[in-house]
Design a protein around this ligand. Structure first.
Ligand code: SF4
Length: 614
């Protein structure tokens, strides 16, 4: 197999630099963190080289993305390689087992509930799709077919498996044993339990893996989430019902006691606050025979799951076990909240702050890890956050023509908490309307939160000359697609879509050409100054002396840049980006922009935009 299976016609010089960097890293068993803006062709510059090296050296490439929709580009790249070189890179596209499952109704289950449900069905031989995998002929017929059609995306694998009435995940795992490239979700490798189970099943080892992590600016939060556990009074109430229904009434009392403990701990929350830090022993010391109770609840949960897909009793046992974990790199928070009916509830969270805890095994054992993203600056911060020591860092400039993009900072308003008042909201609405009305065609406006978006849009709507769309929180995939399709129809007359930075439209949405002509980022999407944020700032202060930068400022500017990045997705795209907040010009925030961002500070943005169009 050739060294560089570049899938496109020509390698651009900047792409060639990236290819050489990746090649060097892989050949020398090194890790690489690379800031590679959109348009550089980072998948084409990394995956083929890794695949070629893996194939020659008995390794496997894991190409990981945070979202399943982002698998497509990897599979398309491998399809192009096949077309161009007639080389069949043995590939498997994997998503969460739950999303590949052919059983009805599994989408209602949480991930952990689903796994337990699936295990139960398999153990009791009640899943016909799994049982069929034991029919050698049927399985081999399908595997042969999939090998002939290789590379296939996961939807195609599911479809063919359904035709053969075989479990798609099991079939993908059979294919995975001989795969040279496995396209998967972050979770498949960053969750130690999931990784070990998967590796056992497909016969792979970390030390023989090249791991490419796409969009890796998401990695710190995703890894923290893996080790974070929460127990709420909602879960406890449901566990009590479960114990009564299944006849384990003698355990109702200890669970009620846990509820009482949560309610007592909640009294430590200051009257005008919603949360308080809690010590490990505040919880453990009040429960008799703590470890024995975990064991008993785990056993009860096993029995409950014989009849029911989900067990709240099991959730309590899992939380109690996690709560015994270490202090360093974690915080423990008691929270008070209110449900939709205004009824109070309490929750206790064991929150991971340190992504390097999860990354350690991957970094120490994998052949090479390539972390890449279009917003991975400063790369040295990601080295620190993820816990790399010996790692290559690379930075590439935006490859698109500078004249295609006008980037402005407009330092006349602010969404800073202390400056929020009606006058400020009106001013923001006026400035935003001026920009939206001046930018030709479709415009996205991103706000720091839905609440602020709704307040400001009341003032904005009467001033706006374009049709207004609004993003709802937690849009389903289908609703999001419908919203975008409707919005696109307005490309000739122009419409405005009001969304939220770090909402469902600020990442993974591509509106090429005239479908999007401007992005306005209103304010700074800073994290809530809650205890978790404070703990994160303290943690990074202690470890690197950079608490505010790593725990607060960079993540906010990153969200703004991600949102702004929706505008220019190809060489032909043209348009205006505006950051509307006076804090963007402060050194602490301005330094977070990539060095080649070429952003202009102006108090006369309308004139600047007219000039850009002239
Ligand atoms: S074995 Fe496969 S089809 Fe059966 S429940 Fe599990 S994932 Fe679903």
């Amino acid at each position: 197999m050739r060294d560089i299976l570049f899938p496109h016609k020509e390698v651009r010089p900047i792409q060639d630099q990236l290819i050489q960097k990746v090649k060097y890293a892989i050949e020398n068993k090194k890790h690489l963190i690379v800031h590679a803006p959109t348009g550089l062709g980072k998948t084409a510059a990394t995956l083929p080289i890794a695949a070629s090296y893996a194939s020659k050296n008995g390794l496997t490439v894991f190409f990981l993305t945070p979202k399943h929709t982002q698998h497509k580009i990897a599979i398309d790249t491998l399809k192009k390689i096949k077309e161009k070189y007639n080389i069949d890179v043995k590939t498997v596209d994997l998503i969460g087992k739950k999303h590949m499952c052919l059983q009805a109704g599994v989408n209602l289950l949480s991930t952990s509930e689903f796994h337990e449900y699936c295990n139960q069905l398999v153990e009791k031989e009640e899943c016909q799709f799994y049982n069929n995998t034991k029919e050698k002929v049927r399985k081999e017929l399908l595997v042969d077919k999939l090998k002939r059609l290789n590379p296939l995306n996961v939807e195609e694998t599911i479809k063919h498996s359904e035709d053969f009435k075989l479990c798609p995940f099991e079939v993908a795992c059979v294919m995975g044993r001989s795969a040279e490239v496995i396209v998967a979700d972050y979770y498949h490798l960053i969750s130690p339990g999931v990784r070990n189970a998967l590796f056992n099943k497909i016969n792979k080892e970390l030390k023989k893996s090249i791991i490419i992590i796409d969009e890796s600016h998401n990695l710190p939060n995703k890894t923290r989430d893996v080790l974070t556990h929460t127990l709420s009074t909602f879960v406890i109430d449901n566990a009590i019902k479960e114990l009564n229904i299944f006849g384990y009434t003698e355990y109702v009392e200890p669970i009620l006691k846990i509820k009482n403990i949560l309610e007592t701990l909640a009294r430590l929350i200051p009257i005008d606050e919603l949360e308080v830090f809690i010590e490990k022993n505040n919880f453990i010391s009040q429960i008799e025979n703590y470890n024995k109770l975990i064991e008993d609840l785990s056993l009860i949960a096993e029995n409950i799951k014989e009849e029911k897909k989900r067990s709240f009793v099991g959730s309590i046992a899992n939380f109690m076990l996690a709560w015994t974990g270490p202090e360093n790199g974690f915080c423990r928070i008691m929270k008070r909240g209110f449900n939709k009916k205004g009824k109070p509830f309490f929750s206790l969270t064991y929150r991971c702050l340190d992504p390097s805890i999860i990354m350690k095994d991957l970094i120490n054992e994998a052949h090479s890890i390539i972390c890449m993203s279009g917003t991975l600056t400063p790369t040295a911060m990601y080295k620190d956050l993820l816990g790399f020591e010996d790692v290559e860092l690379a930075y590439y400039k935006n490859p698109f023509p500078k004249e295609n993009r006008l980037s402005l900072i407009i330092p006349q308003t602010s969404t800073k908490f202390t400056l929020r008042n009606e006058k400020m909201f009106k001013e923001i609405a006026e400035k935003t309307a001026d920009l939206v009305n001046t930018i030709k065609g479709n415009v996205f406006v991103f706000f720091p939160s839905y609440q602020l978006r709704d307040i400001i849009s009341n003032y904005f709507a009467p001033l706006c000359n374009k049709t207004i769309f609004s993003e709802r929180p937690n849009l389903s995939k289908k609703d999001k697609e419908d919203l975008i399709e409707n919005f696109k129809k307005y490309k000739n007359v122009g419409a405005v879509l009001l969304g939220v930075a770090a909402g469902s439209l600020s990442e993974g949405v591509d509106l090429p050409g005239d479908f999007l002509n401007g992005v306005i980022v209103v304010g700074l999407p800073l994290a809530k100054p809650d205890l978790e944020t404070k703990a994160l700032i303290n943690f990074y202060d202690d470890r690197f002396g950079k608490g505010w930068d790593y725990g607060y400022i960079y993540p906010a500017v990153l969200k703004s840049l991600q949102a702004a990045g929706r505008l220019i997705r190809s060489e032909e795209d043209k348009g205006v980006i505006a950051f509307l907040d006076e804090r963007y010009i402060l050194d602490n925030y301005f330094k977070c922009f990539p060095p080649d961002y070429d952003v202009k500070i102006t108090k006369t943005p309308v004139e600047s935009i007219k000039e850009f169009y002239s």
